[in-house]
Ligand binder design. Structure first.
Ligand code: CA2
Length: 147
């Protein structure tokens, strides 16, 4: 039997705009770059990656639910839903997979409404303000927590 060790990479609303606007905040790398950085880091640890980006909360929640079937962990940048969504939190705790919360920018140095995260007390790993390289950090810190 072949067992694929897989991570789900989730990028939330507006992260499809990476590399096109606000380079001073988010840098110049694109979403494609983020997916490659994450896949390369995961491959080093023996995992492959399924990546999803959506601007729709329900689509993200459905993808998280589906991860129960074939993923062992989740790397997620929820975008602005970080600061608003009980439902996203409930999806992540509901599937009970270890997950890493990633923020490209240093949310603590930005507006006060970005300082609170609905995921902060349930994430296994949090990586904040490392730019897009933070996705690789998240993988490196998450995979050792997966049996
Ligand atoms: O720093 C992060 O990664 C954030 O999760 C990004 C979210 C923001 O709401 C969070 O507070 C922090 C926003 C993602 C929007 O990404 C864009 C990228 C380029 C241009 C415009 C938006």
């Amino acid at each position: 039997m072949v067992t694929t060790r897989r991570l789900l990479l989730v990028n939330g609303p507006n992260l499809n705009l990476l590399g096109t606007r606000e380079p001073g905040v988010y840098g110049t790398a694109t979403l494609t770059d983020v997916e490659r950085i994450t896949s390369d880091a995961a491959a080093s640890d023996g995992f492959d990656v399924r990546a999803i980006q959506s601007n729709h909360e329900g689509v993200l929640i459905d993808a998280i639910h589906a991860a129960r079937d074939d993923c062992l962990g989740i790397v997620i940048n929820p975008g602005g839903l970080t600061h608003t969504s009980v439902s996203l939190r409930d999806a992540l705790t509901g599937v009970a997979l270890p997950f890493a919360e990633v923020h490209i920018s240093d949310v603590h140095k930005r507006e006060s409404f970005r300082h609170f995260s609905y995921l902060e007390d349930v994430a296994s790993v949090r990586v904040i303000g490392e730019g897009v390289d933070g996705y690789a950090t998240a993988v490196r810190r998450l995979t050792p927590l997966i049996p």
